[in-house]
Design a protein around this ligand. Structure first.
Ligand code: IPE
Ligand code: IPE
Ligand code: MG
Length: 246
């Protein structure tokens, strides 16, 4: 039986969805520029696309979603743009936290959020606290996140803990994503083909999609198209297909 309603969604196999889908939400600035608008307007429409995409992933039955909202390198942008991004983020969390609680969506973050303005840090901590018991869906927001920072932070903690022997499994517990499966699929919008410091440790076997769309225009139709393509891929993880084994 197919649980999905619209036409292309019907073609999706509910058993082959990514457990964890991640988005590098790129192209807000260019989206605005194309329309002759300030970059911050692009970010504000980008927030709307995030809210819609969360709901679309929930509707599909995906369990884990990450989105890259602010990188450790994004501090190099003009201060007024950085401030505008944080304002939008705070409004987004304030607007949706009640809804997420009702929908059993847990909010978590990756990255050092203590470096964000105090009130924003507190709003995020409150949202995490309010939704910590939620179990239907995990929304991981990567904020002041950098993959290299995450790994180095983990190593320093391991040294502090006096751990002498590290395994892949024990190292994972030192990452922000310790309670998440690795992303099966990472989508970077805007036609850029790079990872920009996003989850280098976790992404070793992720499938990637690079749609040309600027993030504020990303919608359910494109999500379904990417998922249909994902379901056609043969994820071999270095092995070979069963029928090729002699
Ligand atoms: C993504 O859009 C949002 C963040 C990085 C915070 P950009 O702001 O990078 O938009 P472009 O890439 O300049 O178009
Ligand atoms: C990646 O986008 C970071 C986020 C989406 C938060 P950027 O626009 O910052 O990346 P670069 O500069 O094009 O690599
Ligand atoms: Mg960009």
């Amino acid at each position: 039986m197919n649980i999905f309603s619209n036409k292309s969604q019907k073609l999706l196999d509910a058993n082959k969805l990514p457990h964890h889908i991640a988005f590098i939400i790129d192209g807000n600035g260019r989206w605005a520029k194309k329309k002759g608008l300030p970059r911050t307007v692009g970010h504000s429409f980008g927030v709307k696309a995030v809210a819609d995409t969360v709901q679309n992933c929930v509707n599909l039955g995906i369990k884990y979603m990450s989105f890259y909202a602010f990188s450790t390198e994004n501090w190099n942008r003009p201060q007024d743009e950085v401030d505008a991004i944080f304002e939008l983020l705070r409004d987004y969390i304030k607007q949706y936290v009640g809804d997420y609680e009702n929908k059993n969506i847990k909010v978590m973050t990756s990255g050092d959020i203590t470096k964000l303005p105090k009130d924003i840090y507190e709003t995020i901590e409150e949202a995490k606290e309010k939704t910590k018991h939620c179990t239907d869906f995990v929304l991981n927001i990567a904020l002041n996140y950098g993959g290299r920072d995450e790994i180095i932070r983990g190593i320093n903690q391991i040294i502090k803990d006096g751990v002498k022997d590290v395994s892949k499994e024990s190292f994972k517990t030192y990452l922000y994503t310790k309670n998440l499966p690795d992303p099966d699929l990472i989508v970077r919008t805007s036609g850029e083909f790079r990872t920009s410091n996003f989850m280098p440790y976790q992404a070793v076997y992720s499938e990637w999609a690079f749609p040309k769309t600027y993030w504020p225009d990303f919608n359910n139709k494109q999500l379904i198209k990417i998922l249909l393509n994902f379901q056609k891929r043969d994820r071999r993880f270095g092995a070979i297909k069963k029928e090729e084994k002699k």
